[in-house]
Structures are given as structure tokens and as C-alpha cells.
Design a protein around this ligand. Structure first.
Ligand SMILES: [Zn+2]
Ligand SMILES: [Zn+2]
Length: 468
């Protein structure tokens, strides 16, 4: 579904993500240019962009740089090189896989816990259920009922249970929400250690809950759909908390439900290295090992290791230092690459400002919920003083201590265009901060909602709202 305008979100010739592409390497910049040219051309799937020499000429780079750029473009699944007489770089229909795997890489590296994941699921999935009830169609009804039948037939199995969550997110008609739920379900699956004695009952309860959610969605009852989804996710959280050991990732490089499929070997190796970093709790600057030591330990070929290292470097997770005392060294987490991957995918899917706006509301209210429950040093008002609107919201999400919430919000904020002179927001921010300092969460939520509603005309690109 290539939209006629491939970048409706930013609405301008230059997408919002023009800043330094992560490592700032020439190949990464060339990859970004190729991808932008594809987006600008309306994402012509199957179109041949040009042969290797033609592309070298067009982007004015050496063959080596071009080849590295093409590897990145292929990793993003935006285009692929076809060999032979009619060969060249062919535009692909991007699936969500590249975007989700980039987010997963960053979030695993940023020490995401199951609690973080479930908090965000509770914030966004009930919204997906309500929107699905609003947009449901005959084929959608058939799909949901088919999934319920599959669940019943498999007794039900956790894998089949996940599919209903993904289907509701797809049927809600909001590509950003759909992508976020895919990531959340994949993350949840990574913490799942498989069935245990207590889970049979929980699985049966989950199936019943799915039936009642689907009944509300089919009937077009938005509030019951939302309420039942909230109840179901609360029960899921309770169940997962009771399991032992509770909040540790399995660290397995297992492919998440239908999201990653046949991940290339280099991606699996990169995931394995991330899992190792997490398990050993290694900080930035730690040398994971020399190339020779890694080849030996991971039992893989040099070309696979080099591609895995390229991926880790691209995602700013680690970098290879040559020479004596060198080796693969851990970086600080940097989400630039995953933010770009998601922005790329959501532009392709034709995400509208309205889609971003409704999702942002859910996330911001969740950040208010969590920040108010914490005590801060330095105090909250000092942390938030004097920040511009976008930075203020991102800082608040960061103070909530939930990396998933922060990453999702950063994506939404990155994707929407800012007006040249945004309306003043300091007084409203201060009002929210004051309510949070007084632990008055209800008032903080009210003020946040009011503030976002006033920003809404800016977000959706209508003329500025009247200033109060
Ligand atoms: Zn469920
Ligand atoms: Zn603001």
C-alpha cells in the first residue's frame, strides 16, 4: 500500500530525520540518501534503481562504499541487489521486520524489563481494541473468529494466543500502533519461559478473555472492548509476575512470533552478542573480545562476524577497534538507528498525524502515571525547568524510567513536523509538574490531556489554536 504521498507525516520535502545517521559513516549517509530517493519516488516496488556502476556514478562514491551502503539498505529491507543481465538495485515492499528488529536490538541493549513492556502494553493495547471496534469489517470479523477457533483447537498455546493481540493491532487501522504492538509482543515472548504448572489455567482464562474482547469488537462496542482488553492485560501481568524467575530475559536469540522469521545468521550473531552483554552486565567501554577470540568463541566464519559487527556498529551497540589492545568494544545505547528504521517504515505505511496524535496521548498519560510514583533527586521541577516542549515531554518519559515508553514517544515526536513558532507551553508544563510534585496524579493527567489537546492542532497541521 504505497501511499501516493510517501511522507505525509513530515509533509515537507526533507523528512524530519535528516540529522547525522548514527555512526555518521559515509556508507550510512549514502544508504539514507538511497532510501530517501525511493520514498520520494513514491516507493515504486519492483523498480530497478540502477546497476552498481550507475549507482556509483549517481551517488559519487567508491564501489566499496556503495556496497556497504547497499548492505544497509538490504538490512532495512528497502531494496535488494539482483545479479545478472537485468540486475541492479530493486525496490522492495518493506515488511515490519526491519523496523521491529531495530527496536528490539535497542531495547534489549537498553536493559528493558518485562515490567516496562507490560506497562506500555497496558497503555496502548486497550486503545487498539477500542479502535478495532470502531473500524471492524466483515473480513476482520472472519479473521478474529478464525483465530479464536485456532486457539480453542490448540488448547490454547501461548503462540496462538499472541496472534489475537497482533490481529487486533492490525485491524485498528493505525500503522504506528500496529508496529508498537508487534514489538511489545515480540519482547514479551523473549521473557516467556514456556508453559509451567500454573499456566494451564492462565491460558484457558486468556482464551475466555479473548472471546469477550472479540465479542465487543465485533459488536462495535468501543468502551467494553477497551475495558476488557485492560482487564485481560492486567491478568496477564499478574500471571507473568507470579512466575519464577520473574523479570529476567531469557537472552535466547529465538525469533519472536512471526516477526523475525528467517533472520540472517549475522543478525542472530548480533543478538547473541547483545544477550551476552546483558547477561554479564558489561558497561560501555568493556572489550568483549578480539576478532580472533570472537571467531573462536562463536564458532562462525569471518565474513559472518564482520557483518554482525557492522550491524552492532550501525545500531551503536559496539564498535571494533583495530590494532593492539583492540577488539569489539561496548558503546552507550543510542536509539538513532532504530528511530530511523521505524520512521522509514511508518512513512512507507502512510501514517497520518492523527495516528501519531492518538498514540502519543496514551503514552504521555502513562508517563504521568509513572513519574508521579517516584521520588526524585534533583527534584522534578529542577529536572524539567526551561526545556522546550518536545524536550520536556521526552525528559518526563525518561524520568518515568521506562525505556520502551521513551523510545516510542521519541519516534512519535520525531515523525511529526514542528511549526516555525510553536505556541508557548511553559505555563502548562509547570502546571503538570506542580500536580506531579503534589502526587496529584488525576490532576496531572487532566492537565497533560488539556496540554496535548492544545498541541493537537499543531500536531495535525491545522492553523494554530487560540492562545489562552
Ligand atoms: Zn491475550
Ligand atoms: Zn509540551
Amino acid at each position: 500500500m504505497a501511499a501516493s504521498d510517501p511522507m505525509p507525516v513530515t509533509g515537507s520535502e526533507q523528512p524530519a530525520l535528516t540529522a547525522d545517521p548514527g555512526a555518521g559513516k559515509l556508507a550510512a549517509r549514502v544508504a539514507l540518501r538511497i532510501e530517501r530517493d525511493i520514498a520520494r519516488a513514491g516507493w515504486p516496488i519492483g523498480h530497478v534503481l540502477g546497476s552498481e556502476p550507475a549507482l556509483q556514478e549517481r551517488y559519487q562514491v567508491s564501489r566499496q562504499v556503495l556496497r556497504e551502503a547497499i548492505r544497509l539498505v538490504e538490512h532495512h529491507r528497502v531494496a535488494a541487489m539482483r545479479r545478472g543481465p537485468f540486475g541492479g538495485l530493486v525496490v522492495c515492499a518493506p515488511d515490519a521486520r526491519a523496523a521491529t528488529s531495530a527496536m528490539l536490538m535497542y531495547l534489549e541493549f537498553a536493559n528493558t524489563t518485562l515490567e516496562h513492556v507490560l506497562a506500555v502494553r497496558l497503555a496502548v493495547e486497550p486503545l487498539a481494541a477500542a479502535l478495532a471496534a470502531e473500524h471492524i469489517t466483515e473480513p476482520g470479523i472472519a479473521e478474529l473468529r478464525g483465530l479464536l477457533a485456532d486457539e480453542a483447537a490448540t488448547c490454547p498455546h501461548p503462540r496462538s494466543l499472541n496472534r489475537l493481540h497482533l490481529a487486533l493491532a492490525r485491524l485498528c487501522g493505525n500503522p504506528a500502533l500496529e508496529l508498537f504492538v508487534q514489538v511489545l509482543c515480540a519482547l514479551t515472548a523473549r521473557y516467556d519461559r514456556g508453559p509451567n504448572a500454573a499456566s494451564d489455567r492462565a491460558l484457558a482464562d486468556a482464551h475466555q478473555a479473548h472471546r469477550s474482547i472479540v465479542a465487543a469488537v465485533v459488536a462495535g462496542e468501543t468502551s467494553p472492548a477497551q475495558f476488557r482488553a485492560t482487564e485481560h492485560l492486567t491478568a496477564l501481568r499478574r500471571h507473568l509476575r507470579e512466575r519464577r524467575p520473574p523479570l529476567e530475559a531469557t537472552g535466547a536469540a529465538e525469533t519472536p512470533n512471526g516477526v523475525a522469521g528467517d533472520v540472517k545468521l549475522a543478525e542472530l550473531v548480533a543478538q547473541q552478542i547483545i544477550a551476552e552483554i546483558r547477561t554479564n552486565d558489561w558497561g560501555p567501554g568493556t572489550v568483549i573480545g578480539s576478532e580472533a577470540a570472537l571467531l573462536d568463541r562463536l564458532n562462525i566464519g569471518r565474513s559472518v562476524l564482520r557483518e554482525a559487527v557492522r550491524l552492532l556498529e550501525y545500531h551503536s551497540i559496539a564498535y571494533m577497534r583495530r590494532g593492539p589492545g583492540g577488539g569489539l568494544i561496548i558503546n552507550r545505547p543510542d536509539p538513532t538507528a532504530s528511530v530511523q528504521a521505524i520512521a522509514r517504515h511508518l512513512r512507507y505505511r502512510g501514517t497520518s498525524p492523527g495516528h501519531l496524535c492518538v498514540l502519543r496521548g496514551a503514552l504521555e498519560l502513562e508517563s504521568v502515571n509513572h513519574v508521579s510514583a517516584l521520588t526524585h533527586d534533583p527534584p522534578l521541577d529542577a529536572e524539567l525547568a526551561g526545556l522546550a516542549c518536545d524536550d520536556w515531554h521526552l525528559r518526563l518519559a525518561q524520568l518515568s524510567g521506562n525505556p520502551v515508553l521513551w523510545l516510542f514517544l521519541r519516534i512519535l515526536i520525531t515523525l511529526r513536523s514542528l511549526p516555525a513558532d510553536p505556541p508557548p507551553t511553559d505555563a502548562e508544563h509547570d502546571g503538570i509538574t506542580t500536580a506531579l510534585l503534589g502526587e496529584d496524579r488525576a490532576l496531572a493527567r487532566y492537565r497533560m490531556r488539556h496540554h496535548l489537546r492544545r498541541l493537537d492542532p499543531v500536531i495535525v497541521g491545522r492553523p494554530s489554536a487560540p492562545r489562552p
